[in-house]
Design a protein around this ligand. Structure first.
Ligand SMILES: [Zn+2]
Ligand SMILES: [Zn+2]
Length: 137
């Protein structure tokens, strides 16, 4: 295959144009969201399954800023983006760390701590299990 980097359009002609790697990333997210969440290594590190090579996983780092994102796959090395980063970024955005046990869980499953809590600060978030244990739910 010929590297046609110079012929790639600098800007998509329409704002609705979604690049292929983003679509593939969203596909990975649809298929493996829970798996990726469970794989969370801490420090913004995730293990994302390969979309083409079954059984293979890539270590991805997501940062608070997009330029901090990293993936060990070959696509990222040559293009600076890939579907794995897209998938991990989406999981990162939709999940958070429980202030009770430190487990990363889906945001929709977190309970916010109220002002009258004795064990946590107001605004802390707890997974359902911790919320039950501490009588916050
Ligand atoms: Zn990748
Ligand atoms: Zn918890």
């Amino acid at each position: 295959m010929i590297d046609q980097k110079s012929s790639a359009p600098a800007h998509p002609s329409t704002p609705e144009t979604v690049p292929g790697y983003v679509l593939r990333g969203l596909g990975l997210y649809e298929l493996h969201a829970d798996e990726i969440l469970d794989s969370y290594q801490g420090g913004g590190r995730w293990l994302v399954p390969s979309g083409t090579d079954a059984g293979n996983v890539y270590e991805v780092r997501t940062g608070t800023r997009p330029e901090r994102n990293r993936c060990e796959c070959r696509g990222f090395a040559s293009h600076g983006h890939c579907s794995h980063v897209v998938a991990a970024g989406r999981v990162a955005k939709k999940s958070a760390v429980c202030d009770g046990c430190g487990e990363r869980v889906w945001s929709r499953e977190l309970v916010e701590v109220g002002a009258d809590s004795l064990s946590f600060f107001e605004g802390d978030v707890l997974c359902r299990r911790c919320a039950r244990e501490h009588g916050e739910a």
